[in-house]
Design a protein around this ligand. Sequence first.
Ligand code: SF4
Length: 298
Amino acid sequence: MDYNRIIDGMHYEGNCIRPPSEANSILLQVTLGCSHNKCTFCGTYKDKRFAIKSDEIILNDILFASKHMRGQDRAFLMDGDALIIPQTRLLWILDRIREYLPWVKRVGAYANTKSISMKTPEELKELREKGLGIIFLGVETGDDEVRKMVRKGSSANHCIEMGRKLKDADFKLSVTVLLGIAGAERSLEHAKATGELLSKMDPDYIGALTVMVIPGTPLWEQQRNGEFHLPDELRLLQELREMIIHTNITRGLFFSNHASNYLPVKARLPRGKQDALNLIDSALRGEIDLKPEWMRAL
Ligand code: SF4
């Protein structure tokens, strides 16, 4: 390898997002933006036109990491849905990671239902064998009415099917759901439907975030026009409670300890379900302080 050819530094463009659990991973930005980019609550990639970065830039970043990031044994492929990269190119990226970063034990990526549906079960297995080990999927809600409203781009059933497809290919599956996304009116229906979706999908990790209305997004406009009303803190807690009640997975971690949430909850399901519900009940009775508004963040 000719290290003199490596341009010093990684090529990061615009907003770069990764899951909290990938904070110590080598972050390789192999695509820009999200191929869907239509969800009404999401302002993450509004400034980016979706593109796959050139092989030259991707290779440069891998080589740079091989020189400077020897202590990090995980890699994460950014941006919004790296799984959408055509199979041959994605295999090429995974091969280069194995070649130049042999100490990396697991590669992760975001995906959406569209990118999962574009891969055959055999292709997913091939990616799994080449080191792609965990997929992060934004589920948000199991309520079809809300999915339509936020322009998620797929039905709850399709979302379940895509999650199962990843599980069948032996991926670790980490999903996020959004408290508050249904507004105050459909809050509990959303919670129940989301718990039911999670039970059928059976992911390994579930992160419940609280929706934050981002200026410039369609949801922001809807809130300004009085078409969307964010549930208050207590309703959000009831929503979380309802969601956990209806979530029956084989074995996994349910956490709502993201900075956006009012009450941190971490439960190993199914064992820790009752403890989580007891904690929420204490908070609902006012026995536990909720996180003040100024401490909440994305
Ligand atoms: S699929 Fe994910 S990244 Fe893309 S617009 Fe929706 S929430 Fe944002």
